[in-house]
Design a protein around this ligand. Structure first.
Ligand code: GFB
Length: 314
């Protein structure tokens, strides 16, 4: 990419897309192409075709997706499968037809089998059964990886994929029924402190292990891959370190300054027991995360509290 390249960031209002836009703007890229979902429905093939015909993007970051936490994934199973399949198929196919120079597709660590050996190496894809709570989303993301791989092999397109671990950062979703665990706990502890509530409910047993990456670190990895990675194999993006949901809850409780109790609601699902990424390949090309988990959570919490609202996305 050079500073005048036409760069389409699909999903620029979301947590990942907005972080990629911030990183591109900081580096002086001038010709960013963006559309809100009200302006362009990426699930609609004619609308996506028109965008590519009109704007002729040279580079595409495919960060648009229907995303959510364990409950949203488990409840809106059809939407997670349909919306993501349509977005990926439309954008990747139009990128091929319009001779996009390079496309980066964003997947997710839930593509790996539920009981795969840890840490998760890229080659464990499709070696076992998926976690049930997010199987439709995972199948959609695996399809995205296979679209990228297939357009490369059949048509020689320079399309690549990145698989981020669980993410957090600015522009996250704070709707407690749809969000991921980290924003949910920030909001729950903040509310409990403000209202002097005696306890906070944590879903599941607290024993599942999760890895968390600040989205600004992910954006750096995406720009690096766009600049200097041209291989077929997708790359894991994570910190290589995880912690239990109970330990995450204790960390957030301390950061917020809440003094009540934790209560585990075991009627809620745990999801996959562990999904720790092996990040040796992305590290070998020169990327490492810079933001520690506690610093990142403090930063996000200060930003959200300063705005005085926890934004709920549809
Ligand atoms: O972040 P999360 O919703 O998604 O949940 P996954 C992680 C763990 O935190 C689960 C527990 O064991 C939850 O039961 N948890 C505890 C909570 N309290 C809460 C809470 O208040 N809200 C939420 N949401 N969880 C998602 C996948 O899996 O991760 C997606 O469903 C995607 O497909 C995404 O891959 C990154 O890590 O379990």
């Amino acid at each position: 990419m050079n500073k005048d390249s036409r760069i389409f960031v699909a999903g620029h209002r979301g947590m990942v897309g907005s972080a990629i836009v911030r990183a591109l703007e900081e580096r002086g890229y001038k010709h960013l192409i963006t559309r809100t979902s009200a302006q362009l429905d990426l699930r609609d093939q004619p609308q996506v075709k028109e965008l590519f015909e009109k704007e002729r993007p040279e580079f595409v970051f495919l960060a648009a997706a229907k995303v959510g936490g364990i409950m949203a994934n488990n409840t809106f199973r059809a939407d997670f499968l349909y919306d993501n399949l349509m977005i990926e198929a439309n954008v990747i196919h139009q990128a091929y037809l319009h001779k996009v120079k390079k496309l980066l597709f964003l997947g997710s660590s839930c593509i790996y089998p539920k009981l795969a050996p840890q840490p998760l190496k890229e080659e464990y894809l499709l070696t076992g059964e998926l976690e049930q709570t997010n199987e439709p989303y995972a199948i959609a993301k695996i399809t995205g990886i296979k679209l990228v791989e297939s357009y490369r092999r059949q048509y020689g397109c320079n399309f690549i994929s990145a698989m981020p671990t669980n993410l957090y950062g600015p522009n996250d979703n704070y709707d407690l029924n749809k969000s991921h665990v980290l924003p949910a706990l920030l909001r729950k502890f903040h509310t409990a402190k403000a209202e002097s509530l005696p306890e906070v409910q944590i879903w599941g047993t607290g024993t599942p292990l999760r890895e968390f990456l600040h989205v600004d670190d992910l954006a750096e990895a995406c720009l690096l891959m766009m600049d200097s990675y041209d291989e077929e194999l997708f790359l894991n993006i994570g910190t290589g370190q995880d912690l239990s949901i109970k330990d995450l809850a204790e960390m957030i409780k301390d950061i917020v300054g809440y003094e009540g109790q934790l209560r585990f609601d075991t009627t809620k699902p745990d999801g996959t027991p562990r999904k720790l990424m092996d990040v040796s390949k992305i590290k070998a090309i020169g990327w490492s995360p810079r933001i520690s988990l506690s610093d990142g959570i403090k930063k996000v919490y200060e930003e959200e509290v300063r705005h005085a609202v926890f934004v709920e996305q549809p």
